[in-house]
Design a protein. Structure first.
Lengths: 183, 242
């Protein structure tokens, strides 16, 4: 099944879950649970915590299904966002960064048009090409932070740079990415 | 700006783009995540930046490999959400909070029958014309349909609730049809895109009963010009007992 067909089916299931349809909820769990469990295992890295997290995530999905926008193009992305946010919240609450982050000054080479960035024009854009235009280690920092749920603290340790340097790197990388994707 | 968590240049465009990205990537410490969530809730422009990042970065979700879930997780989930009660699904349809929730979501379209006032439909005493007295549900769905609907017909109160579950934006109208045993669709009217009340005629109400298929077709704005469905039938489903 293509991603689009899967997304269509998942979107219909979420819409039915919003109507309190338990059968649809069961189908949604069967169809999307393994992927979201993969998210939990990857970010939390502990089986028992991942199981607890998955349960809470589907409670949230049941409760928030009515806020799922009708016609939204990316229902799987919506579900993964709920899962990632839950897992990252668990991590951050579990091991709060002992060091307060200073605000990393940000220097942009070129200011993007604020009107352009206010509009969500990025649907369907591929991020891979734009990541490829960053230095390899900086692209890797963005990807691993997103996929693994690393904190700034962890990233700084991995790249052996001070915390604020790490933050400056990542923020610059994000701005470069956004500029690239809006071109 | 006294929290100490915001950039030195305040909420400049680049700062907000970066902050929204940091939030979605997930690197922020707990306190800054909470602050970003507060802004998402109160600052639509910032929320738009976050949504944009979520769309952009969702390509990276392919890195997550599906994993087998121990069955106990499902059991605990069901117990947590539904307890041990059976038949909660049927009750949900009659739950005031449920229908109120739909209205809040501004998806509910209440269709009131003119027949209510004419006494055409049977009262609680029975169904002299063989019309059902128990509520009927039609789950209107199509394999490749861009939308889905659920219809609930309650003969007791003579109401038909149509809930568009997923609608794309289009300069078209959605027209609701009853398809009784003879297979000839009768229009029940247009489904308001943003909710509202549609009044049916007595003849239209007479078409409804168990086994009658409800169907929704995509028509030119304003509805079918010919009185028969001209556009594709998006979704359809039979009325059946709950």
């Amino acid at each position: 099944m293509t991603d689009q067909r899967n997304d269509d089916a998942v979107g219909q299931l979420i819409s039915r879950v919003a109507l309190g349809d338990r059968k649809a909820f069961s189908d949604l769990y069967g169809r999307t649970g393994p992927k979201l469990f993969g998210v939990c295992l990857r970010i939390l890295r502990q089986q028992a915590q991942a199981e607890d997290a998955l349960q809470e995530i589907y409670v949230k999905i049941w409760q928030r299904s009515q806020s799922f926008s009708a016609g939204q193009a990316a229902p799987m992305a919506w579900l993964v966002t709920i899962a990632r946010n839950h897992c990252i919240d668990m991590l951050r609450a579990r091991r709060p960064d002992p060091v307060e982050l200073d605000d990393a000054p940000f220097v942009a080479d070129e200011a993007p048009d604020p009107e352009a960035v206010a509009v969500n024009t990025s649907e369907g854009r591929r991020i891979d090409n734009c990541l490829g235009q960053l230095d390899a280690d900086r692209a890797q920092a963005v990807v691993s932070a997103y996929v693994e749920g690393y904190s700034y603290q962890e990233l700084a340790g991995q790249y052996s740079v001070p915390l604020n340097t790490m933050r400056t790197w990542l923020r610059r990388s994000l701005i470069s990415l956004k500029e690239c994707m809006e071109r | 700006m006294s929290t100490g968590h915001q950039g030195p240049s305040g909420h400049g465009p680049q700062d907000d783009i970066a902050l929204a990205g940091e939030y979605v990537v997930g690197v922020l410490p707990d306190a800054e995540r909470r602050e970003a969530e507060r802004r998402i809730a109160t600052d639509p422009r910032f929320a738009g930046l976050v949504a944009g990042w979520q769309t952009d970065l969702s390509e990276l979700d392919k890195a997550y490999e599906p994993a087998n879930i121990p069955p106990i997780v499902r059991q605990r989930l069901d117990k947590r959400l539904f307890g041990s009660e059976a038949g909660a699904s049927a009750r949900i349809w009659g739950s005031l909070n449920f229908w109120r929730g739909l209205a809040v979501a501004s998806l509910a379209v209440a269709v009131a029958f003119a027949a209510v006032n004419t006494g055409l439909l049977p009262g609680p005493d029975g169904a002299p014309d063989g019309l059902p007295t128990a509520p009927l549900i039609a789950d209107l769905a199509g394999d490749d349909a861009p939308m889905a609907m659920v219809a609930r017909y309650d003969p007791e109160s003579a109401t038909l609730n149509i809930v568009p579950a997923a609608l794309g934006g289009a300069e078209k109208s959605l027209e609701l049809w009853a398809v009784p045993g003879d297979g000839v669709p009768r229009s029940l009217g247009l489904i308001p895109a943003d909710g509202g009340t549609l009044t049916l005629t007595e003849q239209q109400a007479e078409q409804l009963g168990e086994g009658v298929t409800l169907a929704v077709s995509l028509e030119p704005a304003g509805g079918s010009p010919t009185g028969v469905a001209t556009g594709p039938v998006l979704v359809a489903g039979p009325l059946a007992k709950q």
